[in-house]
Design a protein around this ligand. Sequence first.
Ligand SMILES: Nc1ncnc2c1ncn2[C@@H]1O[C@H](COP(=O)(O)OP(=O)(O)O)[C@@H](O)[C@H]1O
Ligand SMILES: [Mg+2]
Length: 270
Amino acid sequence: MPLLEVADIRKRFGGVEALRGVSLTIADGEVVGLMGDNGAGKSTLMKVLCGAIRPDSGTITMAGRPLSMRSPRDATAHGISVVYQDLALVNQRDVATNVFLGQEPRRGFVVDRRRMRREARAVLDELSIRISSVRLPVGGLSGGQRQCIAIARAVHQGGKVVLLDEPTAALGPEQQANVLKLITGLRERGTAVVVVSHNVDHVLAVADRVVVMRAGQVQGIRDVHSTSAADVVGLILGDTAAGAVSHILGPSTEAPTASTTGTSAPRSAQ
Ligand SMILES: Nc1ncnc2c1ncn2[C@@H]1O[C@H](COP(=O)(O)OP(=O)(O)O)[C@@H](O)[C@H]1O
Ligand SMILES: [Mg+2]
């Protein structure tokens, strides 16, 4: 049984059909890369999954149980956490406070800072996030460290499914590698991850499956072990551009073809 099952989700904004019947599954500890051109519907789907937008129709099922999500708070309670691109960290506050944000441990009315620091350190260590002190204000940390803290918070808040929106987009290569390593670590501890990315190499490096969206629909789903960068880019751009892709990326044993469209099961390895 999949951990999370999304079935026939539709969402319209006025005249724009942002999601036109999206279905997909996510297994326990699976990393799903969500790709697609601008306007494909990725962000809208993430917002539906984290309770920020209510779909017009369709169902979301967690471990076989239908979820009714009226707010992000409901999604968090069901174990779905999101890390938006702006990270929503409080720069003036320290690392420990940001890991706990809104859920600080208290003794009476007072935040229990010692416990918060101790537990924040334990969370960072468990995820192999290297930050010298949890007392540092997050505003002074690198983009990669800030991204890792935002992910640590999502995990700490009990996320069984963590949704990441472009986690490596604003980072340098070394920090990108750290974040990709963190995603791999999440999978090892059984956390499911949906990661939106425009970077095919990053997705192929960390994901188990790639879901490509186009114009509000799932254009194709691929197992990373039986696809190629050219195949995925071909799906993202569509059939008319597929020839150009194989031209840019060079000849591939799995050049994109018209038959790569559709939502059928991943092709088996050749
Ligand atoms: N709040 C909104 N109001 C109106 N149109 C929206 C809104 N959010 C998204 N859209 C439209 O829905 C489509 C999908 O957008 P989005 O989910 O942001 O795509 P992506 O994240 O893949 O770039 C686009 O045409 C976008 O303009
Ligand atoms: Mg988007």
